[in-house]
Design a protein around this ligand. Sequence first.
Ligand code: AMP
Length: 528
Amino acid sequence: MAEVIGIDLGTTYSCLAYINGQQPVVIPNLEGNNTTPSVVSFTADGLPLVGLPALRQAITNPENTVYSVKRLIGKKYNSPEMAQLRGKFPYRMTEAPNGDILIEAGGRVYSPQEISALILGYLKKCAENYLGTEVSEAVITVPAYFDDHQRQATKDAAAICGLKVLRIINEPTAASLAYGFDTRKNGRLAVYDLGGGTFDITVLEIQDGIFHVLSTSGDTFLGGDDFDNRLLSWLLDEFKKEHGIDLSRDRFALQRIKEAAERAKRELSFTPETEINLPFICNTDRGSLHIQKRINRSFLENLTADLVERTLLICEQALKDANLDISRIDEVILVGGQTRMPLVRQMVTDYFKKQPVARINPDEIVAMGAALQANIIKGQGQGLVLLLDVTPFSLGIETEKGTFQKIIERNTTIPAQKTMAFTTVENNQRRVKIQVLQGESPVAADNKLLATFDLVGIDPAPAGVPQIDVSFEIDADGILRVSARDTTTGREQKIEVKPAAGLLPEELQEIIERRQKEVKSRNEEGLL
Ligand code: AMP
């Protein structure tokens, strides 16, 4: 029987697991490590390398080494978040015709979905190699605060590498599943998940095998990368002050400084002081210049404490949404590599007034929960476990005056469905346009446009007579589906859907076929 796996597709590192007997077990990658850098690098011939070999190329081949693609997936090139980030990546990006992001690397243009597909394809290969059998189905985790576009794009990435997604589940929910499975305890949990690029807080209740998410909140643009960038900016400023040289335009130097900043940040979680040493960072007519700085833990803490404070404000919101006072939280679980920072642990402990649960590996617990969920979906899980998750954003439509009418409120348990009746405003009107948005602002334009739906082929009738029931459904993956029915005729109403982002079905098909051809030719050449 083919195995199913759980994949934690992280911003900086990814991890995969399967169920051995009834226990979740992490699958090592081809190099024998439990986590794999979520990095893709292209050689001079345009061949992709994934994981550690790709990470090793980051300094020598920065323009063709793509990391943190999870921060780009499902995002618009001109979005405010991207404006902040664009100069921070050494690889080139351009705007797709529909406003999405494209990445230029290895002599080609890739969508973020294709880069993610290369990572997922490598993980699939690791699993097949380890388990000695084909792996074609997986549960993949995403940040709870991922919106519809980001979820759909993740699903498309899996399709590109030939993986069927059994379910997209939220990272904190997966972590709680693994934790609850292990401890079999009932109670209310807060899962605080600070990874490389995203922050999520989820409040949930476990009661006799039922995992009921009460609320979730987060920020898809707040994570460990931001801590690194604080140090990076400081190092650039210092260098400019000392030498009058701006290194931010030097891609090689930038990459070296970024890596050194991240390393120093990690070290300061275990040692009170560290040194950043970057010899020959640039050459001038006066000779080579170097960076040499000693920094201590409290310096890093001062540089980044406001980032941790931002996460606590989001925790506040999640507790409010769950209608819970802090004292009602029984346990706090820390997930994501950035929670290893002592300041994060301390501030979270002070906020929740309790020590987070020990004995959890924040890098592996999400993949283990995903594997458990895969097993449950396949009907192989032991004991009753029911996962009741919620949608992180409200879903609604734009009304005539540019206001946003909510149809499904955020933190509603999914799958969720709501039906609305639409009619015509003119005699013999044959089509009605509906703009579907996701977000919380009462102003439609401030929310994210998911898609435009045209109800077409309406039978000619006086204004206001046709009644078309449109059902908006958020499925168990947190992705929107829409269907419509003409209640006068009882007919299924035709809908033309124009998604506001992502790959169109025909584009996805084309990419899948192209990739299959590439894999086949590489196999024939003995390259894979
Ligand atoms: P994840 O997305 O969960 O893999 O988290 C990756 C983030 O955790 C990156 O920003 C890492 O720099 C950060 N990280 C990993 N280990 C540590 C550590 N010991 N101290 C601080 N941050 C860390």
